[in-house]
Design a binder for this molecule. Sequence first.
Ligand code: UD1
Length: 418
Amino acid sequence: MGEHLLVRGGKILKGQVNISGSKNAILPIMAASLLSEKEIILNEVPDLEDINVMAEALKLLGAKVKREGKVLIIDGSGVSNYELPESISRRMRASNLVMGALLGRLHEARVAFPGGCAIGSRPMDLHIKGFKSLGYEISEGSGYLHGKEQHAQGKEIMLDVPSVGATENIMMAAALTPGYTIIRNAAREPEIVDLQNFINRMGARIKGAGLDTIRIDGVERLGGVEHTVIPDRIEAGTFMVAAAISCGDVWLENIVVEHLQPVISKLTEVGVEILPWSGGLRVVGKRNYRPTDIKTMPYPGFPTDMQAQMMSLLAAIPGTSVMVETIFENRFMHVQELRRMGADIKIEGRVAIIKGGHYEGANVESTDLRAGAALILAGLAARGETRISKLEHIDRGYEKIHEKFKALGADVERTSPD
Ligand code: UD1
């Protein structure tokens, strides 16, 4: 049996919380460091399981990776192995992001199909389509995706849906692919802008990240760089909901307000007060919230990675709210756990109909990363004690979450294995 998190509800969260560097920005940036033979220094790197897995992947491929506190130093001069085995890729879906970088750097890559959160089928067809368009021959077999350069040449690529991972993977490969690549219907997430900034500082010529057309003028080689990763907008959003659901007063520091707009807008709509301060944002919870309807969308829409946490709040607001999940087809696994805590939520396909009420503490299981966060949030508002198991999912993406909650006055405790 693993550890548990015990949450005793009813405490009002108050104080300041420092938001860590963005997991979803760092993972592709770490993969992109394979593009260079020179030293890469990354600042504000949180201590997270997913980042440890990516570090192991880079080492397996021949890079040297060293952590000094929040700084990660990557030396890719020895990268020569182009195969990532299942033992790594099974532990994290984002390990597939090394494929684009390996194709760019070594002109060949063999990557086992990824694992990660069980939130739908999460195919790789768009990544493959992109690599093929750039002149890499791609074959599948024995659980591996194998890519090898044929006649690599920049090309125009149209993504059927704006996939974050496919946009990043194609950007990485194209950075070192001769000629001009254009990605149309690209994902516009802030993490893609951070990746562009990082690769450009290494000497690449990429323009347009943050918009739906990205243009990449391939270069021959890339150099070293020091880069500070953007703050984690999903961690920030999670603490904003924590402030709201506990009727608290939480001051967030180290955030980019613009990245939080979709979450700010929905929280404001339900009646949460959000005020600017010199260090970031102050979130003041109220006692009378209004229900609302939310649809997850690619950025700048409401993020699917905040859907579960927001649902925890909606299920505590009197009246009927509706949540539509448009990005992943199986991302309502938290619902059955929230129901154990007394939530009244019905699911019809990709739509959840939420009738707000009260939570009671219960024994629940964290089914994936954001679902785990949602359970902690519900626990903060619940009567009695909530006992959350399978913390390994939460540890993949939240740095010292129980310590951060504790510092805000929450009654949370992490128990040692039974
Ligand atoms: C990234 C994030 C994840 C977030 C998601 C959507 C990282 C490490 N993970 O995941 O936290 O929830 O963006 O914001 O950054 N799709 C295809 N074919 C493909 C690729 C994707 O059909 O080849 C579909 C997926 O099934 C899904 C949608 O596109 O329905 C979005 O997926 P994508 O944006 O690729 O998510 P990830 O990059 O895996």
